[in-house]
Design a protein. Structure first.
Length: 299
């Protein structure tokens, strides 16, 4: 659109009022200025937009056609202005968060529940992917922040720690009793057991693979599972020994439905937290969430 938007504002107001003097009063400009703007727009478009009558002016056929498009344009602008006001007044916004399925259920959901109670108008989109994929989305600026297990290198990424998690192996008491009858598991508890781990490509799986390799422990029977929830449930029905996160099975350990498998060497704990790109200006909604979880962790 080559024309100045103010010309279309004048045209739109004159068409709505049907009178140049009324349009001048509404726009707080003189009648000659209104007439001049209409003439300039007609010259630019090489058509007549209004015809005069006893009560003022009336749209021509070309004017009716233009009015239809100008009306839609100003309606869209007014709608946009209204939405901006709502965003400002109600705190409406949108946050994109990347997180693994496991951390989403056990760590992110409690934060979201409390945050939504105080920020009901903010929309939240969740990308449930592996930590590696979350870091890639963050690098490409496709998400605002990611909840991840802290990697060895962050590459221009700020990391807000939420604390540590501990990987352990669990099974039922009866499974352990049956296993003890088949072999001596003091040095390698997985040699005769069904070992259940998350699928390859998951950062937790990579961490546990490194641990098993460092301890030179191998399993004769390996079962790969897609989610930690399934690992926990499979362990509870006695399918084998599952590698899970201690904080996520505290209830089962306390009630005795699962027991911890003793290991010859303890697994080092890992940090989890929110990662966000350095030197990137976050949108208002993302800032609200970042301030929220930082305050929660410092309390």
């Amino acid at each position: 659109m080559d024309q100045n938007l103010s010309l279309y504002r004048v045209f739109y107001t004159v068409a709505n009022t049907g009178n140049i003097s009324k349009a001048a009063a509404r726009l707080y400009i003189s009648q000659p200025a209104i007439s001049k703007s209409i003439r300039k727009l007609e010259e630019n478009l090489e058509v007549s937009l209004f015809s005069r009558n006893s009560r003022g002016v009336q749209l021509t056929e070309e004017g009716e056609l233009l009015y239809h498009y100008v009306q839609n344009a100003f309606y869209s602008l007014e709608k946009g202005e209204t939405q901006i006001k709502k965003i400002h007044e109600l705190g409406i916004g949108h946050i994109h968060i990347g997180v693994s399925t496991t951390l989403c259920k056990y760590v992110l959901l409690p934060y979201l529940k409390e945050f939504i109670e105080t920020h009901p108008h903010i929309r939240i989109s969740i990308e449930c992917q592996s930590t590696n994929h979350t870091l890639q989305l963050l690098k490409e600026n496709k998400i605002d922040l990611g909840l991840i297990g802290k990697p060895e290198r962050l590459y221009h990424t700020h990391f807000d720690s939420l604390g540590e998690i501990e990987d352990i192996f669990v099974c039922t008491k009866s499974y352990m009793e049956h296993l003890s009858k088949r072999s001596d598991y003091s040095e390698n508890p997985f040699q005769s057991a069904t070992l259940m781990l998350l699928n390859k490509g998951n950062m937790t799986r990579q961490y546990i693979d490194d641990y098993l390799a460092s301890c030179r422990m191998e399993a004769d029977n390996l079962l790969e599972v897609s989610t930690m929830d399934l690992l926990i449930e499979f362990a509870k029905i006695g399918m084998g020994i599952a590698c899970v996160i201690r904080q996520f099975v505290e209830k089962e350990l306390a009630e005795g439905s699962l027991i911890e498998v003793p290991l010859p060497t303890a697994i080092n704990r890992r940090e989890i937290g929110f990662a966000l790109l350095e030197n990137i200006e976050q949108n208002k909604a993302a800032k609200e969430f970042i301030n929220f979880y930082r305050k929660s962790t410092s309390d």
